[in-house]
Design a protein around this ligand. Structure first.
Ligand SMILES: Cc1ncc(COP(=O)(O)O)c(C=O)c1O
Length: 441
């Protein structure tokens, strides 16, 4: 199919679209045919400003020549190499570069192909580590309501989004959930909300009291929940979680698939909050979404724990055909160059106050019941209109019609522009969002 042609209705039929109302979509499709910088274009040539960096992933903007060149050169040199009991130089180089970038002793990288794989890998590494250090009874996980950790069985088990869970049976056994962190008293907070951080984190003590720490392997949270409408953690929350995990020998996993690589104005949320997890999952911005890639970074004690068997024994019975795929490694390395050369994490920090003022200027528009922001992202809750999600979907469609891409989650709209966005383009995003909100009143 040529990208310049709109496919006929019949052509749309074969693709079972993910997370999509397929029949509704195919009656009135929203197609994207081209992308450059902070814009998409539809097949008819209509320009859409990318308010969401694709799906929170194109942090350095679209169509970066440097990344294209790196992928093309790698393809020319070697298309593929396995990573089981052999390797290729770019994988080791990339891991060393990531180790240097990451905070603390998060110095070891496992690679996979998506955020979902990263989460399932992290959960398995946590179990393997606990067993390797003689704590094999620690098999339980603690996730959080309204968390999103991808769509693997591990991820939906620790995740807390009902529609992602209810269709899929029993999932992983032995999972508890902390309460979510979205409190009404924190409505319209700028940045980290004031209230409730310690009490919400202390819920972990309740779960430990119920099962005993000797049965709990790990706690996994998004430092700032993304997919359920962007929920920055209340002040003190993550530090307190860290303290409780330390007290009980429980591993803390940060799912930084969205927050990693500059979204919060630091390389990683761990730095922004001054809290070092034992494991960290990443994806999306790791390769600027050019070649699918995910990763798990682990701290020294976790890595050393896995290395405690005999030297000729396989340390981790887990991996993917495409772990450290050469094209993904080439892309990820070129992306690191861009982040460094253009100081994009710093740029994200510098733009955040402007962004914050912009999104909070929407307060007072019809049906706006909450606005949240942290770093270069925001969530805006609209009052429901009939069934939950109706107004949110209308807003998503209307914004697209008006030339802006946003994310919808229920009646919340979330935005997370590429970190290369300009102030005038932020103004445009805010203007279209305001017109959208008025149009769906
Ligand atoms: C925090 C978080 N974890 C995991 C995932 C899953 O990533 P993927 O869609 O690449 O599997 C996402 C995707 O949005 C995410 O936001």
């Amino acid at each position: 199919m040529s990208t310049s042609a709109i496919p006929s209705a019949n052509n749309l039929d074969a693709f079972l679209m993910p997370f999509t109302a397929n029949r509704q979509f195919k009656k009135n499709p929203r197609l994207l045919a081209k992308a450059k910088g902070v814009h998409y274009w539809t097949p008819e040539g209509r320009r859409i400003i990318d308010g969401t960096a694709g799906l929170w992933c194109v942090n350095a903007g679209h169509g970066r020549e440097e990344i294209k060149a790196a992928i093309a050169a790698q393809l020319e040199e070697m298309d593929y190499a396995p990573s089981f009991q052999m390797g290729h130089p770019k994988a080791f180089e990339l891991a060393a570069r990531h180790a240097a970038l990451l905070p603390g002793d998060l110095n070891h990288a496992f690679y996979c192909n998506s955020g979902s794989e990263a989460v399932d890998s992290a959960l398995k590494i946590a179990l393997a580590y606990q067993r390797a250090r003689g704590q094999g009874t620690r098999t339980r996980f603690v996730g959080r309501e309204r968390g999103y950790h991808g769509v693997g069985f591990g991820g939906i088990s620790v995740g807390g989004m009902v529609n992602n869970r209810k269709w899929f049976g029993a999932m992983l056994p032995g999972v508890d959930h902390l309460p979510h962190t979205h409190l009404p008293e924190n409505a319209f907070s700028r940045g980290e909300p004031e209230h409730g951080g310690i009490a919400l984190a202390d819920e972990l003590e309740r779960i430990v009291g119920l099962h005993d720490a000797s049965n709990i392997a790990a706690v996994i949270v998004e430092p700032c929940a993304g997919s359920t409408g962007y929920l920055p953690p209340p002040k003190g929350y993550l530090k307190r979680l860290r303290e409780i995990c330390d007290k009980h020998g429980i591993l803390l996993i940060f799912d930084e698939v969205i927050t990693g690589f500059g979204r919060l104005g630091t390389g990683f949320a761990a730095e922004r909050f001054g809290v070092l997890p034992d494991l960290m999952t990443v994806a999306k911005g790791i390769s600027n979404a050019t070649v699918p890639m995910g990763g798990v970074f682990v701290r020294k004690h976790v890595f050393d724990g896995l290395m405690s068997g005999s030297e000729n024994a396989i340390d981790l019975f887990h991996g993917y055909t495409y772990s450290a795929h050469p094209l993904a490694c080439a892309a990820a390395s070129a992306v690191l160059d861009i982040y460094r050369d253009e100081a994009l994490f710093q740029r994200s920090a510098e733009l955040s106050p402007y962004w914050e003022d912009g999104v909070h200027s929407l307060k007072g528009l019809p049906n706006v019941v909450d606005i949240r922001n942290l770093g270069l992202a925001a969530g805006i809750d609209l009052a429901p209109k009939g069934a939950v999600g109706t107004r949110g979907y209308e807003a998503f469609v209307k914004a697209f019609e008006l030339g802006l891409m946003v994310r919808q989650s229920g009646d919340a709209i979330a935005m997370s522009p590429p970190l290369v966005i300009e102030k005038a383009q932020i103004d445009e995003i805010i203007d279209i969002t305001a017109r959208t909100i008025k149009a769906v009143a």
